[in-house]
Design a protein around this ligand. Structure first.
Ligand code: PEP
Length: 257
């Protein structure tokens, strides 16, 4: 079970460090309660090193929110995979719907970034998800299927921890209206099947499939108790340690049964 926070373009450096410390303290205070939970936080690029230092002795991976597909070059403002690994980053979110929506990121670009992440031993957290119009017109599954096809082209995955997929219906992100547990499970089952076709059932069965879209402490247990929902990618609720760890508490309770 992986509980991952996407801080997006929030927090300045002192606030980001404070948030990381509060998460670290909360994990320490919980003793063994979170032993079965994996954590990741994805702060803004400029916080990565400092947040990594705060979390160094804690079971919290540090990820970036994007990566360029080239190692280096004249790409003003972009950040490369070698830069990310050099500050201790182990994960990277790729193809978040806000990147697709505001920057026109295509499945082809998502694919190039995912391949680049693998070349540098970064675990890609690939985001897929339909818009409300696509859901209303009955196209949600075919849209997500096509996004996966595009993103995973040529991406070799031989172990489950080489890849993480986040299903994030666009209409649920930042809206307070989460998918229902049934909607989430339905789509996660489709994703799991696609991964099994591509990588084999053994590997696919252990790939983390995160749900993202208005996950909060109050709805986390219902979402996380679905068989194919093995974690959450959390936006606004990851900006307070209390709500982020509150979701982790729900996750731990689900695992305990
Ligand atoms: C996200 O953007 O990855 C996300 C899930 O946001 P929120 O939790 O705020 O809906």
């Amino acid at each position: 079970m992986l509980i991952a926070g996407n801080w997006k373009m929030n927090t300045d450096l002192p606030r980001g460090v404070e948030l990381a410390k509060a998460i670290a303290d909360g994990i320490d205070d919980a003793d063994s309660a979170f032993d079965a939970i994996d954590f990741a936080v994805c702060p803004p690029f400029v916080h990565l090193q400092a947040v990594g230092e705060v979390l160094e002795d804690h079971p919290v991976a540090v990820g970036a929110q994007d990566v360029h597909s080239e190692d280096e070059g004249a790409y003003t403002s972009d950040v490369s995979a070698p830069m990310l690994t050099s500050v201790g980053c182990t994960h990277v979110i790729i193809g978040h719907s806000e990147r697709r929506q505001y920057y026109g990121e295509t499945d082809g670009e998502v694919n190039q970034k995912a391949l680049q992440a693998h070349r540098h031993d970064l675990v890609p957290i690939i985001c897929v998800g339909e818009t409300i119009d696509q859901r209303r017109s009955g196209d949600a599954k075919s849209v997500v299927h096509a996004q996966l096809e595009g993103a995973l082209d040529g991406l070799e995955v031989t172990a489950a921890d080489d890849l993480i997929i986040a299903y994030e219906p666009v209409w649920a992100i930042g809206t307070g209206e989460s998918a229902t547990p049934e909607q989430a499970q339905d789509m996660h089952a489709v994703i799991r099947e696609d991964l099994a076709d591509r990588y084999g059932a053994d590997v696919a069965s252990d790939i983390e499939l995160l749900y993202g879209g208005s996950m909060k402490p109050h709805n986390a247990a219902d979402l996380l108790s679905q068989p194919d929902v093995t974690g959450g990618l959390i936006g606004s609720a990851s900006l307070e340690a209390e709500s982020f760890l509150g979701i982790a508490e729900e996750a731990a309770a689900v695992l305990e049964g």
